[in-house]
Design a protein. Structure first.
Lengths: 497, 250
């Protein structure tokens, strides 16, 4: 009962925070505030990708043979593949041999307490505003902080262990819970799935692992912050979340990356397995470095996220706020296997300057009476290109399935592009599938009306954009909703007037 | 408080204001009347710094400050308020969030702390009674789905929240039925203090029955061609504008 109360508290704070809207002003002047690098001694292996590299990564992590085999199979499959070109994206050629596939802060042993963590690292996290310490308990979160590739510190793990919840770095899970990892790794996103999934499967560095046992409601929001730090290193995270029967977990993923001129590659995989009547909420705020106003630099974000609603009446919800990266290629998807299972995809994708985003979702209805909801809000400014790409597939046996899709585009300025590519593939005549789409533009009269009331143009854009994205932002846990509102305003700085 | 000297302004290269001179003292109510297309709305737009209009000549000072050097938001912070003839709808932005941003920006300009959520909601409750604005409207998006009368009441509500030193009512009576007109006008009167001034732009005497002007100006072809006391408005109501045109030799 204790955690039910805690949850209630959270939601009451939540509703209050939605009233507060003075976020925009404070940060209106800020540029990309996470643009700093940390001076930590880093262990980087030589650039390039071959079988030796993979064996080296596996060896550094002291991995079992079955995992090395998995990596090698993925690598050999990857060699046969080509980069996908179907996205509405202009991707410069990537030299996969010019990338270093492993970087870890050097540490003699894993830290057991905060005092043991490198003070430089703590400073970085503080600059990022990651509350690793006591405020975490107050806000009811646990953070598995990932710096480059190695999980540095996991907080509140003991508290979770009491409930039988496993929340640890991926590498630790490989060591401590090999059976679970072996059973579920690649079960939702196979290494054959796509080019970037194969690459990740071959070289993934670290990531997070979550297991919620039967009937357990996770008492706090689980959170991971990813952050690229070392120059010229790729980030290949791997997240695996398993919610056993009748369990519940809300997982938050936040990304910030320091400013770099060189493009950086990020190819992550997230796999989620939801069993009978379990529920998983996965929220992301993605704020990798988008490159400068002229399109120089920025992160390439090629991510495969997919969940399988395996069990009856299971539920999976994706919420994403995408403001960063030079290029985003990302389609958090759901396979609705279990009867009566349901899935949601709520997305805000902002592109400004020269950013490109091709993002959306896939809802694959396999079970009977499965339901899915898609709400996508694209915001384009500058010379950016923003595409929604979504697939709704209803299999022949998916009697009584329903989908509702809503795709809205908001344009700021006249040089940007918004594109919608909805695909429907319906094989059962009892299915009901709806699709709505709108395109709108912030007009000068609205801005001037705000100006006349004393609200600056930047703040007015922030107000309007946050109003537009409210439906999605309201889906985020409180901590993220506030940060996401700030990010929207920061991302659109200078886009009007 | 306000001094306009030989003001000329263009829109899209066309000169609309051709030498306006106007002085307003604290506590005064000025009515500006005139036939369609004479430049009344242009004058209000120029006063609040609408970027669509270009000032080509002349000066405007407000409490000694050069208004033309101030951004639209700073003019608002200085205490100039425009009740728009056509209030703009802003979908998705609640009146609460909108007003809270506006009020706190004004407070920041004055070096005051922002209001807490509860202080702000209390202020809003208090002020919306002035124009009998329904709580439901206050929770909706800015002007979205408001009737014509509700939009105008909402303008005066915002005026009550921001407590301007100079309010410009641009055809606030247009599209209002008698009851709404009375509510709006009474709202304006309740907000009136000996320190605040009002410019009422209107075609009709009926608004001036409620909001009594001290001085009435006739604007015609971009110039103020006649200035007199409140009796001028009554005369215009009776006789129209032709006699003024005749006086001007047209």
């Amino acid at each position: 009962m204790q955690f039910t109360n805690q949850h209630k508290n959270l939601s009451s704070i939540n509703s209050e925070s939605k009233l507060s809207n003075d976020f925009a002003r404070k940060i209106a002047e800020e540029k990309y505030k996470y643009g700093f690098t940390t001076d930590i001694h880093t262990d980087i292996i030589e650039r390039g990708l071959n079988e030796t590299t993979i064996r080296l990564i596996s060896k550094k992590k002291q991995e079992p043979n079955w995992l090395l085999d998995f990596r090698l199979k993925a690598y050999h499959y990857w060699l046969t593949m080509n980069m996908p070109t179907w996205g509405h994206l202009n991707i410069p050629e990537i030299d996969y041999q010019a990338i270093s596939y492993y970087a870890a802060p050097t540490k003699k042993k894993a830290p057991n307490s905060l005092e043991e963590v490198d003070p430089e690292l703590i400073k970085t996290f503080n600059k990022l505003g990651i509350p690793l310490e006591e405020q975490m308990a107050l806000s009811g979160m646990a953070v598995d902080a990932v710096m480059d590739s190695v999980s540095v510190k996991t907080t509140y793990k003991e508290h979770l262990i009491e409930k039988g919840i496993i929340f640890c770095s991926f590498n630790e899970a490989v060591r401590e819970h090999p059976d679970l990892v072996k059973k579920y790794l690649g079960s939702v996103v196979s290494y054959c799935d796509n080019f970037f999934a194969a690459l990740n499967s071959a070289v993934f560095s670290d990531g997070s692992f979550v297991y919620i046992p039967k009937g357990v409601r996770c008492p706090m929001e689980l959170s991971t912050y990813f952050r690229i730090n070392a120059q010229g290193t790729g980030q290949f995270e791997r997240t695996l979340i398993i919610a056993d029967d009748e369990s519940y977990v809300s997982y938050l993923e936040g990304c910030t990356a320091p400013m770099r001129d060189e493009n950086q590659l990020h190819a992550a995989i997230v796999e989620i397995i939801v069993h009978d009547h379990a529920e998983v909420k996965y929220s992301t705020v993605q704020n990798w470095y988008p490159g400068d106003a002229n399109g120089k630099g920025g992160v390439y974000n090629f991510v495969t996220k997919r969940g399988n609603c395996l069990g009856k009446g299971s539920k999976l919800s994706w919420t994403q706020v995408e403001t960063g990266s030079a290029i985003t290629w990302k389609y958090p998807s759901c396979i609705l296997t279990g009867d009566d299972s349901s899935a949601e995809f709520y997305s805000v994708a902002v592109t400004n300057n020269c950013q490109q985003a091709d993002t959306g979702t896939k809802m694959i209805h396999l079970g009977r009476n499965t339901k899915s909801t898609i709400v996508s809000k694209g915001i384009s400014a500058g010379q950016s290109q923003n595409a929604y790409r979504g697939l709704v597939r209803v299999a022949p046996n998916a009697e009584g399935s329903r989908n509702y899709s809503q795709c809205d585009s908001l344009l700021l300025g006249s040089q940007c592009g918004a594109h919608t590519f909805p695909y429907m593939d319906i094989h059962n005549e009892t299915a009901i599938v709806e699709h709505e789409a709108t395109t709108s533009k912030i007009n000068e009269d609205q801005i001037f009306y705000c100006n006349q009331r004393g609200i600056s143009t930047e703040d007015a854009v922030g107000l309007i954009v946050n109003g537009y994205a409210k439906e999605v932002l309201n889906k985020l846990p409180m901590e993220f909703a506030v940060e996401a509102q700030k990010l929207l305003s920061i991302s659109l700085e200078g886009s009007i007037g | 408080m306000l001094e306009i000297k030989d003001l000329h302004a263009n829109i899209n290269g066309k000169e609309i204001l051709k030498g306006i001179n106007l002085t307003i003292h604290p506590g005064e109510v000025h009515a500006i009347m005139g036939p369609n297309g004479s430049g009344k709305s242009t004058l209000s737009a120029v006063l609040v710094g609408n970027p669509a209009y270009e000032v080509t000549h002349g000066s405007i000072t407000f409490f000694g400050k050069d208004l033309l050097q101030l951004s639209p938001e700073d003019r608002s912070h200085e205490g100039i308020f425009l009740s728009f003839q056509y209030p703009v709808e802003i979908p998705g932005v609640s009146m609460v969030n909108f007003m809270r941003a506006a009020v706190n920006e004004h407070r920041k300009y004055k070096g005051q702390q922002p209001l807490s959520a509860s202080e702000f909601l209390k202020l809003m409750r208090e002020k919306r009674t002035i124009v009998e604005l329904d709580n439901k409207l206050a929770n909706r998006s800015v002007n979205e789905g408001f009737s014509g009368g509700e939009k105008k009441r909402n303008e005066i509500f915002q005026m009550a929240m921001l407590e301007p030193r100079l309010s410009i009512l641009d055809e606030t009576d247009s599209g209002l039925d008698i009851d709404a007109l009375r509510i709006v006008a009474e709202g304006v009167n309740k907000l009136k203090t000996p320190e605040t001034s009002t410019i009422v732009i209107t075609h009709y005497q009926r608004l001036l029955d409620y909001i009594k002007p001290d001085i009435v100006h006739v604007l015609y072809k971009g110039r103020i061609v006649k200035t007199a006391g409140p009796e001028l408005a009554l005369e215009l109501e009776r006789k129209g504008y032709d006699w003024i045109k005749e006086e001007l030799g047209e």
